[in-house]
Design a protein around this ligand. Structure first.
Ligand code: FAD
Length: 499
């Protein structure tokens, strides 16, 4: 940390330059504060870095790949990120879910098109389910991703959302739909909860991703996810902020003097780093914070697009591989044990089909991961490859190079991925609103100058910056006596978001 200025010239210091650390920095710097961000890695970005992991010219998203949450984040939508180099690319089909017999369910930006592609009466059921949310979807997400306690702008819509969200994924899918196709779409979206689909509230993320998809799409960032946080970092620096990389913070006493310190880290890491200032009782509560399963991820350089049997899967940015609702549910149950089984649920992103910058001409990148037990040391490469091959015979012959990361490698890449958990901690009922511990304002700590701003706070994981924004608004109020409105006001054309 020798390169870190020690002169006390900053009003706020942020530990970690992930999307939430940068969001906090931007929120503070927009109010004219002098802000320093310290990042352990050699570049900012946290869970949004893009690296040539396999062969030269193949740009792989190490962590996040597909960004529905960025599209509906009121904070990110308020930033002029296109001015700072961010360009969103939308695949023709948001999501495909292959099934045996060459069948596939597909989700399109257009609600009618999605409905038309579903068999029997499920098309109408899909429309009846999601159409009521769409006219006010962005207002709804302001409520859902807003500060706690929620003061809803759309109470009826929020109640409607809540009634579905509180269900288990299995209950939502079976209650609303009859066909394998529609049920599989719901299953895949609910499986982003990283919890067994028979548990309450596993429907929440499924409903959110479905509404978000029809409201703003599931795009990828042109050139790689790193360009999201590169644009945020450039904007932050244009506001006068400073970022120092290669600066892992181990003890809060090593930081330059500042009135506010914000942690874009896990709760336990904050407890250790700020032990000199945080009371032992609070640190013990942080130690009880629970992490969920990990991930096993494969990045592949391939000679051609994945040869999916169903041609629609070749046009989708995201493909959920795991079969029927029951098969996805069984795989998600099994993944919590050390033995994930031969056919895991695999999330596949094929960014290069809509973003040719990812690979040399004619070649492609594949991003794929499955959920595995926390800290699991087993190599799941074969299971992932077999699952894709099942719906895309000949896929293995297209592979030019492979890069694998299990839970331990995920944590080495970024200390916030504890045990390989990519969601900043379990998102079950007891931790959904009480991240990291139960407090009226979850971004505060017993020390008036210390805040936590990572995805281990509400509203949780994903590239949306809302955790950092809320933490920074709290610091502005409590430490600096400022009362900013939140979500600036920028022309939507500059944000790159759909209106
Ligand atoms: C494999 C994978 C796939 C994902 N896919 C998606 C996706 O498709 N879409 C999506 O929206 N989200 C996805 N996510 C989740 C998303 O990446 C995270 O939710 C998001 O990055 C969280 O942002 P954050 O700022 O809270 O933390 P992080 O992005 O984890 O950033 C924290 C930063 O703090 C730094 N840091 C930690 N400790 C210290 C320290 N002591 N000193 C200095 N710096 C420190 C870290 O190096 C890191 O840069 C994925 C994540 C992973 C791992």
């Amino acid at each position: 940390m020798s390169s870190v200025p020690q002169s006390g010239e900053y009003e706020a210091v942020i530990v970690g330059a992930g999307p939430n650390g940068l969001a906090a920095g931007i929120t503070l710097a927009r109010e004219g504060l002098r802000v320093l961000i310290l990042e352990a890695a050699d570049r900012p970005g946290g869970g949004t870095r893009t690296v040539e992991l396999t062969l030269p010219g193949f740009h792989h998203d190490v962590c996040s790949a597909v960004h529905p949450m960025s599209m509906i984040s009121p904070f990110l939508r308020s930033l002029p990120l296109t001015k700072f180099g961010l360009e969103w690319v939308h695949p023709e089909i948001l999501l495909a879910h292959p099934l045996d017999g060459g069948r596939a369910a597909t989700m399109w930006l257009d609600l009618d098109r999605t409905a038309e592609a579903l068999p029997g009466r499920d098309g109408k059921a899909w429309k009846n389910w999601l159409a009521p949310f769409l006219p006010h979807a962005h207002g709804l997400f302001k409520d859902l991703l807003g500060a706690l306690p929620v003061r809803p702008r759309h109470p009826l819509l929020l109640a409607r959302f809540g009634l579905d969200a509180m269900k288990s994924g299995l209950c939502l899918a079976r209650g609303k739909f009859k066909s394998d196709e529609a049920r599989a779409l719901v299953a895949g979206n609910c499986a982003h909860s990283v919890r067994p689909l028979d548990q309450w509230f596993t429907a929440a993320i499924g409903v959110a991703l479905s509404v978000a998809g029809h409201a703003g799409g599931w795009p990828v960032a042109a050139g790689g996810s790193a360009s999201i946080t590169q644009a945020m970092a450039r904007y932050f620096e244009a506001l006068g902020g400073e970022i120092v990389c290669g600066a892992e913070v181990r003890d809060i006493r090593d930081l330059p003097k500042a009135r506010a310190v914000l942690f874009d880290t896990g709760p336990q890491a904050m407890g250790r780093i700020a032990a000199a200032r945080l009371p032992a009782g609070y640190r013990r509560r942080l130690e009880k914070f629970r992490y969920g399963p990990g991930v096993f991820k494969l990045d592949l350089a391939v000679s051609e697009p994945i040869p999916w049997t169903n041609p629609l899967c070749r046009k989708a940015g995201t493909v959920h591989v795991g079969g029927t609702l029951e098969e996805v549910a069984a795989a998600e149950r099994a993944c919590r044990t050390g033995n994930a089984g031969p056919r895991p649920f695999v999330l596949v992103a094929q960014q290069s089909i809509c973003d040719p910058r990812r690979a040399p001409a004619g070649k492609h990148t594949v991003w794929a991961y499955s959920h595995v037990a926390s800290r699991c040391g087993t190599d799941h490469s074969e299971a992932i490859l077999n699952s894709i091959e099942h719906y895309a015979p000949g896929f293995r012959q297209t592979i030019l190079a492979t890069h694998a990361m299990g839970p331990a490698a995920m944590e080495r890449h970024n200390a916030n991925n504890v045990g390989g958990d990519i969601t900043g901690g379990v998102m079950d009922l007891s931790q959904m609103f009480t991240r990291p511990v139960a407090r009226w304002n979850p971004w505060t700590t017993p020390d008036r100058g210390i805040f936590i701003c990572s995805s281990s706070t509400p509203p949780g994981g994903g590239v949306h910056g809302m955790c950092g924004h809320h933490a920074a608004l709290t610091a502005l109020r409590k430490v600096f006596g400022l009362r900013p409105q939140g979500f600036g006001s920028v022309d939507p054309a500059e944000t790159g978001s759909r209106a």
